[in-house]
Design a protein around this ligand. Structure first.
Ligand code: PLP
Length: 260
């Protein structure tokens, strides 16, 4: 059985964060493990509070896994603050971790800061160089690069700039852009070539946790032995079907559906 680890925040309502990641791993037939970086109180309507887990306990959680278990892929999600980021980076380096998928979580769809603004620099200098692939959406790519993203060309330019920060592959997700083609186009850059992944834009309000789900689907596929291009392709079709089957569970933005 392949084994994947998520290092991320907990989402009480189960649509994003650790809970989405573990459901995604299971749906791929991958054994899921978790290091919890923060506990959020949230539902489909918003985030009402966050408790950051201490760096000491984050380090002990990572050590507990790697001292005992072989990990085939790691997904990193909400990391919240500078000290947390530095601890995760130094601990993962100690174990020469492979297949690291970094989802640079910054702001929830409901507008809550899940990454403290001052922690952005640490994310860029400490975590990006460790990652096999980073998966920013267009607004996150704008924050990382300072490039205003309105077109595929802007996504390509941002991907190149992020690649130069030391990551092996960059997937800039275009779902937030209103392109003329009415498609969600993601751009993958590996330092040499661009690849384009297209899917129809699905009209639904229930998109809570889509970024978490896509990144943990990529991690699952890497754990299963697929290369980056194939892992992104499989993950893109997984998230598209998950959004097509998304549903309402409360008064706000509902979750996507996890199955294979
Ligand atoms: N909560 C946690 C713990 C997350 O990691 C994330 C996403 O990345 C979110 C909430 C935000 O979810 P969304 O913006 O998809 O509603």
């Amino acid at each position: 059985m392949k084994k994947a680890l998520t290092i991320a925040g907990s989402d009480t309502c189960g649509g994003a964060g650790i809970q989405a990641d573990l459901k995604t791993f299971s749906a791929h037939g991958v054994y899921g493990m978790s290091v919890i970086t923060a506990v959020t109180a949230q539902n489909t309507q918003g985030v009402f509070g966050v408790l950051d887990v201490t760096v000491d306990i984050i380090e002990k959680q990572i050590d507990a896994i790697f001292d005992d278990i072989d990990v085939d892929a790691v997904k990193i999600g909400m990391v919240s603050q500078t000290d947390t980021i530095k601890t995760i980076a130094s601990t993962l380096k100690k174990y020469s971790t492979k297949n690291i998928v970094l989802d640079p979580v910054m702001i929830s769809k409901s507008g809550y800061d899940l990454l403290k603004p001052e922690a952005k620099e640490a994310l860029i200098s400490e975590l990006i160089p460790l990652a096999t692939i980073i998966t920013p959406n267009a607004p996150e790519a704008e924050v990382i690069t300072g490039i205003k993203i309105e077109s595929i060309q802007d996504m390509e330019e941002a991907a190149k700039k992020i690649y130069d920060l030391g990551v092996e592959n960059v997937l800039v997700k275009g779902g937030h852009l209103s392109l003329e083609s009415k498609e969600a186009i993601d751009v993958l850059y590996n330092g040499q070539d661009f690849r384009y992944y297209k899917s129809p834009i699905i009209e639904t309000k229930n998109t809570h946790g889509t970024g978490c789900t896509l990144s943990s689907a990529i991690a699952s596929n890497l754990a299963l032995g697929n290369n980056i291009e194939r892992s992104v392709e499989l993950a893109k079709s997984y998230i598209t079907i998950a959004i097509e089957n998304s549903f309402s569970i409360g008064k706000g933005v509902g979750p996507t559906h996890h199955f294979y």
